[in-house]
Structure formats: C-alpha cells, structure tokens
Write a protein of this length. Sequence first.
Length: 340
Amino acid sequence: MKKIGFLSFGHWADHPAYKTRTAADTLLQSIDLAVAAEEIGLDGAYFRVHHFAAQLGSPFPLLSAIGAKTNTIEIGTGVIDMRYENPLYMVEDAGATDLISGGRLQLGISRGSPEQVIEGWRYFGYEPKENETDAEMGRSKAMEFLDKLNGEGFAEPNPNPMFPNPPGLLRLEPHSEGLRERIWWGAASNATAVWAAENGMHLQSSTLKFDESGKPFHIQQAEQIRFYKEAWKKAGHQREPRVSVSRSIFALVNDQDRAYFGQQGEGSDKFGYIEPEKRAVFGKSYAAEPDQLIKQLAEDEAIQEADTLLLTIPNTLGVDYNVHVLESILTHVAPGLGWR
C-alpha cells in the first residue's frame, strides 16, 4: 500500500483563468485543499518553497494553519532550500509546527535549486565560507539543523536569567520529540541520495534529476532509490526509510479533464540543462483514461520502488477542481494498482 499526497507549487498571478489571483488566495485555498484532501482519504499535503517568486516562500505559518484544521493528513514541504535558512530559528519554527499538528510534519529540505535571482541567499544575509560552494553551505546548514533537532542542550545559560532555567546547557524550544526522524532530503543525484541515507533522512525524488546514464527518467530514478536503500541498510539505522517520488498524473474522466490535460498523454522525458555543465532529465507527465493510466504507472519502475507518491497539482485551477483531480486518482486508478 502506498501513501498518496499532493504537491502544490503554490502559484498565483492576476490572470483571468486563475482561481489564485493573490497570495492570500493561494494561502487560504491551500488550507481548504488540505482539509478537503484529508476528507477524501489522501495521505499528505506538501508544498514547494521558492523565494523571490509569486509562490509560497514561508511554509511554517501555512503548515501550522493546516495542522490546526486537520487531524490525520501528513503535512510537509518539497523542498525548503537550506541556503536561505537560519538552522536554529528553523528548529524552533519546525518544532512549533509539529506540535500544533500532533506530530504530522514531514519536512523536506535540500541544498536548493536554481532560483529566481542570482545568489538569492546573499540577500538573506548568508554566504558560503572561503573555499565553500553554495551547495556545501546548504548541506552544512542541514547538518546543523538535524543536530539541533535532537533536543540536546548546547547553549550556556545566563547565571541571572529572567526566568528560572533547568540545570545544564539549554536547548532550543519548543522541542518536538521524533521530528528528527521525519526529515526528508530532496536529492537530484545518486550521490546525494546516498548522503541522505547515511545521515538518516528519508528521500524525496522529484520529476527531475541529474542525468547520470542517459537512460529513461523512471529507470534512473529507480536506480537512485536502490542506491539510497542500500546505503541506508549499510548505515545500520534501526528504523525503516521512506521514499517519495512526485509525478504529474491526470485521470481523464470527463470533458473538462480532457480539455485541460488531454494533450499531455503523449508526453515523453526531456533532457536539458538547469545548471551550467549539469545535464538533467525531466520525467514525463501522465494523462489518460484510468485503465490506460493503470497500465502506464505499473511500468514506472521508480513508482514501484517508492512508498509515497506525491501528485503535483495545478493549484491555480482552484480547490474544487483539484479535489476532483485527486479523488479521480484515488477512486479510478489507485485500486487497480493495489494502492487502496
């Protein structure tokens, strides 16, 4: 059985075809969609994080609001760019969000991807150390974040504090027990997937990864997942790893679906460059009648290797249509694949 969630990019624009004309529209509709997704039996509500863009940039207020209005659905990110983050402040935000949700936070982090502005993290007051790349800076911040999530004291207490201190060194508060074990790493390469496993993080693999063999996307992604699982086993972790893959999947069950996505069914993988000298492979979208989708998805090796599937949604089309998109997968596709 697979967990099935949605992944929203959280776009908004003053466009006549959009239901999300403003940031407020996107934020409030994201909450409503998560509530509705829980009601129809979806397992997760995840959100992309991008800065300097008309998208969701600060996930913790949104995730806290969703956590307060839902009861069972997992809430998370895919992913937070650690180059922009203060790891200690993030520990506090994440801890509070997890406590509000009753321990349902599944936090996806990463070193980040190309952004809207050049070296945007510098505007946030961060820059790599001497001889350190921005990717290394992101991974270093991730390690500090993981360390502080353990809840061990590290700060020297004031001998004359405003309020009484417990004995010993102080930790960040609020501390949420168990959150350290629910951190995911967004990996674009086999090597970073292995690194994530070695450091006890779950794996998020999206519809894009660096091209490391020229093979079809789903085969390369399946190989990445197998490398990850083997590294996890070698590391000797005493808990089970989780792996999510994201896909654009649309079941064409009515004329509106066919009008929106009927032309995407003949898509294929694409190869290109998102960074200089780094060739990437982009996975295809799936759009077909439910019986065809079942056959196509059964042949996707990476989906078979993963335990969690995140469905990328067209959030600009509004809550009602996206509930229909998700419910169509749960009703007409998931049972045929043994996921429900």
